[in-house]
Structure formats: structure tokens, C-alpha cells
Unconditional design. Structure first.
Length: 377
């Protein structure tokens, strides 16, 4: 596959996403080509422990072959481990490897590893270079793009708050190699499709209809369909974050489904992956918007049908308390100080290709969204 380069024009920190099959196994060469040389450089590879012996070993060898001095730290891709303790492990590995201000941190794995390693890079010696090498679909099209990094925090009263501590730190380049998806469990591949559905719903009819046409092939992991989807979906996010790098306006639209989704994702007995929680959260957001008279019910049904076609859940796997979901929603980063449903800042759809940030959702509308996904009063 020929390399496709998608520019991400962040003011004062321009970067790009390179989509290229086989790039991870030639990582040192590819980075040098992209203006990030590794020769004689301290390189800290923060890798998902699950791929340490496969993609991690190949990337490590490729960096060493290009002259990099490699130190590897394996991280557990577990939300409970997404903490400052894990960031400290990356810092410790950097120190042990003699990494100075000219060092490079390479994040190799899914979005969780990218967030952790990115935050470590942003804060080690007040900031060193970062490269993202996402190995999950979700990370390729969403999590690795835009410079958000962070860790979870324990919530008062129990549970985890998603990404409540972090920083914006742009990678020098992001390398998306679809060959790494060959070892990804089908459930995790499909979870990444939720963010693609979100991007399509935000972008408009062309992107949404293309996803509908390819839904069956994507749900089965079809390589040709993935090669079409990855650059198309990633480009949607790239355009939005280029226009609003620090989420002061339009970038908030990318949180469609996330206020509901983050709350249910952190309920451990549900056992949901991030993308699965986002898919269920999109259904809740559509139902909330429909109950508030902001969205035609037929559009909500169309979104749900697409998620089903992509092999994603559209309801909770077991009933949970709506009050507990609301409590967790109350700690979301997008909540303002007024509290209650009216303190929530929800991203709700108005049509395919049109979403809005809403701060005046009624309790009844939020309740309708929770009821649609199976939360019980």
C-alpha cells in the first residue's frame, strides 16, 4: 500500500498521520523519511504488553537497525492501570536509558497506551518528542490524532474518571500500519468502528452512506474496506482538530456519545470496551435528542441500524441503575458547575452531518436516553 499522508495543521505544532501498510516493521526507516531520525538517539518504546513479543519486537528491531538506543517499557492496556503509576514507569525507563531532552518516546499500542505514553512524553524533562504508532483501529482513526493525553483518576464515592488529568502534546508524526490489525481480536476491531460511525455522523451524508455500504465487510475485518475507511475516517478528525486544537468550539463535536459512553465504560461489571461504550452512548445521545425534539426518530433509528450492522452493541449488556450512570456523568470533563441535567454539556445530533453542544437538556430527555439503552430507574 502506498503511503497516504494526512496533514494535521496544529498552530505551532504541525504534524501528520501517515497511513502505510508494513510501516511498523520498517519504523526507523519510515521515521527518518518523515523527518524524525532515530540514529544515535535515546528512544523509549512504550508498548502494550500484549504485543510486546510481536509488533513490539519488530518495531524495536527496526529502530535499533536505524541506530536508535532503545529502552522498552511494557504497559498493561487496562483502564485501572491508566494512572500516574504507569506514567512514572515510563519516566523511570527514560531515566534508566539515559534519555535527555533530545529523547524520543514512541507509543506503540492502542489509545490507552498512546494516552499514557503521550502524557509521559509531555511531562518528562518538561516535554520530549513523541511518535504515535497506533495498533488498534480505534487509535488509528481517533485516539492518536489531536494530541490529547492523560490518565484516569479515582472518583469520590468510587469508580474511575476518564482522562481527568492530562495535557495536549502533539506527536511529531503518527504512523498507522493496518497490517498490525491482523492480530487484533475481532471484538476490538469492531469497537474501533464505533469512532468511525461517530466521525461519519458528524461529517455528513457521504461519509455515513459510505460506511453503511461497507458495514458488512468492515464487521468481518475486510482488508480492502479497512484500507478505504482508515484514511477517510482519520481525515475527518484531522480536519476538526486542525481547526480547533484545544477543544474551544467545534472539536467538542467529537464527543458525540462520549458523556453517556464514558459513564457506562467505567462501570466494571459491564465489561465494555471504550468503542462499545461509545456505540451505546451514541444510541443514548440520539434517543435523548429525539425526546427533546431535536432529532427525527428515523435518523436515530438509522444510526442504531448502522451500529448493529458494524457488529456493535446498542444497549447495556445488563441493567444498571440510571442514577449511578447519572452520578458518573456528573464527573465528566464537559460538565459545568450548575449541576443536574442542566449542568451536563451533551453533544446531540440534529441530523446526519449536524451536531450541537447542548447545556440545557432536561432531566426527562436524559432519562429517555438512559432508558433507550436499558438503564433502570
Amino acid at each position: 500500500m502506498t503511503a497516504l499522508r494526512i496533514p494535521i495543521d496544529i498552530p505551532n505544532a504541525p504534524t501528520s498521520l501517515v497511513v502505510e501498510r508494513g510501516a511498523a516493521s520498517r519504523l526507523g526507516e519510515v521515521l527518518a523519511r518523515e523527518g524524525v531520525p532515530v540514529a544515535a538517539r535515546a528512544v523509549v518504546v512504550a508498548v502494550d504488553a500484549a504485543i510486546r513479543a510481536t509488533h513490539g519486537a519488530l518495531a524495536e528491531q527496526a529502530i535499533m537497525a536505524a541506530g536508535g538506543r532503545v529502552t522498552v517499557v511494557a504497559l498493561e492496556a487496562d483502564e485501572r492501570e491508566k494512572s500516574m503509576r504507569a506514567v512514572e514507569r515510563v519516566w523511570a525507563a527514560a531515566l534508566a536509558g539515559g534519555a535527555g531532552r533530545g529523547a524520543l518516546v514512541v507509543a506503540l499500542g492502542g489509545g490507552l497506551v498512546g494516552d499514557l505514553a503521550g502524557f509521559a512524553a509531555a511531562t518528562y524533562l518538561r516535554g520530549v518528542d513523541l511518535v504515535q504508532v497506533p495498533t488498534t483501529l480505534l487509535a488509528m482513526v481517533d485516539a492518536s490524532i489531536g494530541g490529547k493525553t492523560g490518565v484516569n483518576l479515582e472518583l469520590p464515592g468510587g469508580g474511575l474518571g476518564k482522562n481527568l488529568a492530562g495535557a495536549f502534546w502533539q506527536p511529531k508524526v503518527t504512523i498507522a500500519d493496518a497490517d498490525t490489525l491482523s492480530t487484533l481480536p475481532m471484538r476490538e476491531l469492531r469497537a474501533g468502528l464505533a469512532e468511525c460511525a461517530k466521525h461519519a455522523a458528524i461529517s455528513g451524508e457521504d461519509a455515513f452512506a459510505a460506511l453503511e455500504r461497507d458495514a458488512a465487510a468492515l464487521a468481518a475485518g475486510g482488508a480492502a474496506a479497512l484500507d478505504r475507511l482508515i484514511p477517510a475516517s482519520a481525515a475527518i478528525k484531522a480536519r476538526i482538530v486542525s481547526r480547533d486544537p484545544f477543544e474551544r468550539g467545534e472539536r467538542a463535536h467529537l464527543n458525540l456519545g462520549h458523556t453517556f459512553g464514558h459513564a457506562i465504560e467505567t462501570i466494571p461489571e459491564l465489561g465494555l470496551l471504550h468503542g462499545e461504550a461509545v456505540a451505546i452512548g451514541m444510541v443514548a445521545a440520539c434517543s435523548c435528542a429525539s425526546a427533546a425534539g431535536r432529532l427525527d426518530a428515523a435518523v436515530a433509528d438509522r444510526v442504531t441500524a448502522l451500529l448493529c450492522a458494524l457488529g456493535l452493541p446498542t444497549a447495556l449488556p445488563r441493567p444498571v441503575s440510571a442514577a449511578e450512570v447519572r452520578r458518573r456523568m456528573g464527573f465528566d470533563k464537559k460538565v459545568d458547575a450548575s449541576g443536574g441535567a442542566r449542568g451536563l454539556r451533551l453533544v446531540l445530533p440534529r441530523a446526519i452531518g449536524a451536531v450541537e453542544l447542548v447545556s440545557d437538556a432536561t432531566d426527562a430527555a436524559v432519562a429517555a436516553g438512559l432508558a433507550a439503552i436499558g438503564a433502570v430507574e
